[in-house]
Design a protein around this ligand. Structure first.
Ligand code: DC
Length: 212
């Protein structure tokens, strides 16, 4: 059944470790990687810069159409404000539709690919060779995000970070359009009690088992 082209879908909530795992898998299997959250963040940033209204779907869709080349090192893209706004605009079907094409194209390239996000295994590429649903408890994810913020010198409070994580989980999971949900044929990888190296090793083991 498996063709030699390998597509790996890595989905999961904020700060679950899915980005780190997806990058490590891409390196291990020699595949290109796309962090699809960056598309939503870029749409959010474009909207923010226009001073657009996040309550209006057509304005958010207009911002999604404006996305050009993405600079993954732009610190504004990684900010909590933009992550939160990305979560809001990502609930609009029009925004998701505009960003879907870029993701399908990336996943469909002859080399194969690794994509991480919320709906890769369920909506964007349901025929992926291997699907991982990476998660961790909200407390552990909040600890990680809090640590990252502190390392960046941001003035953060653990309780607020935890509340933000919970709010984001709820919004991403409860939306009608492509909600965050584990695909039926995805392997669950709970990283709550795993270090990065252990989580990556487990991810490789799960993907290898799917490749057969
Ligand atoms: O993974 P992230 O924190 O960079 O994503 C920011 C927001 O974008 C997230 O809260 C929900 C949205 N998103 C999405 O709806 N679908 C994706 N495939 C990736 C991100």
């Amino acid at each position: 059944m498996n063709s030699r082209r390998l597509v790996i879908a890595v989905d999961g909530p904020a700060a679950s470790g899915k980005g780190t795992i997806a990058k490590a898998l891409a390196r291990h299997y020699g595949l290109p990687h796309m962090d699809t959250g960056m598309l939503y963040r870029s749409a959010a940033l474009a909207l923010w810069r226009f001073g657009g209204d996040p309550g209006e779907e057509f304005e958010a869709a207009g911002a999604a159409r404006e996305i050009g080349n993405i600079d993954p090192d732009d610190p504004e893209l990684r900010s909590e404000t933009i992550g939160e706004l990305a979560s809001r605009v990502s609930a609009y079907p029009a925004v998701r539709q505009i960003l879907k094409e870029r993701q399908e194209e990336f996943a469909g390239q002859p080399s194969g690919a690794v994509l991480d996000g919320r709906d890769i295994g369920t909506v964007i590429y349901p025929t992926a060779t291997s699907k991982l649903f990476v998660t961790a408890s909200p407390e552990v994810r909040a600890e990680r995000r809090f640590g990252e913020l502190q390392a960046r010198g941001a003035n953060a409070h653990y309780d607020e970070v935890l509340a933000d994580i919970r709010a984001r989980d709820q919004r991403d999971s409860d939306r009608a359009a492509a909600p965050l949900v584990q695909a039926e044929d995805a392997d669950l990888l709970d990283t709550s009690n795993l270090g990065i190296d252990e989580a990556v090793a487990e991810a490789i083991r799960l993907v290898d088992a799917r490749i057969g």
